[in-house]
Design a protein around this ligand. Sequence first.
Ligand SMILES: Cc1ncc(C[n+]2csc(CCOP(=O)(O)OP(=O)(O)O)c2C)c(N)n1
Length: 364
Amino acid sequence: MDAATFIRTLREASFSPFMGVPCSVFTPLIDLLAASPGGEHYVCTSEGEAMGLAGGFALAGSLPVVYMQNDGFGNAVNPLSSLQLLYRLPALLLISWRGEPGLKDAPQHRVMGIALRGLLDQLQVPYRVLEDGAAALDQALVQARDHCRTASTPFAFIIRKGYFAPGKKPAAPEAGVLCQRLDYIQLLAAAADAGDVLLGATGFSGRELQQYTLHQGRFYMMGSMGCLPALGLGLAARHSRRTVFVLDGDGALLMKLGSLATIGHYRPGNLVHVLFDNQAYESTGGQPSVAPGIDFCAVARACGYPAQEEVSSIPRFKELLAALAGRAKPLFVHVRIQCGTPAGLPRPEQSPEQMRDDLMAFLD
Ligand SMILES: Cc1ncc(C[n+]2csc(CCOP(=O)(O)OP(=O)(O)O)c2C)c(N)n1
């Protein structure tokens, strides 16, 4: 399906505006939405927030469209159950079907890939798995609009990988003066003590950490987007003699920005929170995040981190690493990077259980 036709058909059927959190399945759709200034489109920090936003539009008489990965459907369930279904507020949910049974996908999608339809059934949200072609879309839209108008609650389209035909990629921003994430990750892995723990978030931080460093105490948290700082806090509390490094992305941190408040409150004296800020959801196709303009160090400071650092060059990062032992912690490091990861960055060969076992053996 061509994304432009899809958007036009939804709008003609009165569904708009669009909002959500990216999944690579929606890249052609989001690229187009982002490129058309006239069409209302909201990039949200979490799927739950997108549902709240959709609730506002529904109260104002619109039929909003919320796109999300099925992994993010978990975040949407709370407002879905106690906002949309409680107050009877309609919406069209576009849910990607990662981990579709029988198809190969990354391990973090396995459970939700199986559970998605059952969860929708349990919540009494009617859905259709969208088949290819304009006729199938027209039919599904008639059903969705009837449901939204009569029942006044959400209807879901489940969207398979490859449903949207690849679109024209937006022009890449000019290579700037900023470095890429991997330059920093390799320096950090080389500077860390052998006993330190390096945790990488969902997205490219975790994948690069896993693929391109040999540090023994490393862990790639491949799903549960936004939960890494909290996981780091738990580990840091139990391993106070090790420094725990949390390698975060702007999209992941924004999804659970409240972690800054929790860490700032409990103040683990052995945690270093490194944010790789490329102002984009790079690993799902480079869609822009709402990071531009956010002073993350100021947020961390206001949340109680006793120390913060802005970094936008390698020499500055090296200085920081050399002085790390003497710095107050939790330390927040905002590293400004440009998008870019080695071509063909593979997914890890180890299973999630293997990664868990490796880390636990290291910590033992
Ligand atoms: C709850 C949830 N929503 C959406 C996704 C899909 N997803 C995986 S990685 C990612 C982007 C992460 O962005 P960022 O933290 O900025 O890291 P980057 O991709 O730039 O390395 C998204 C949206 C997900 N895994 N989980």
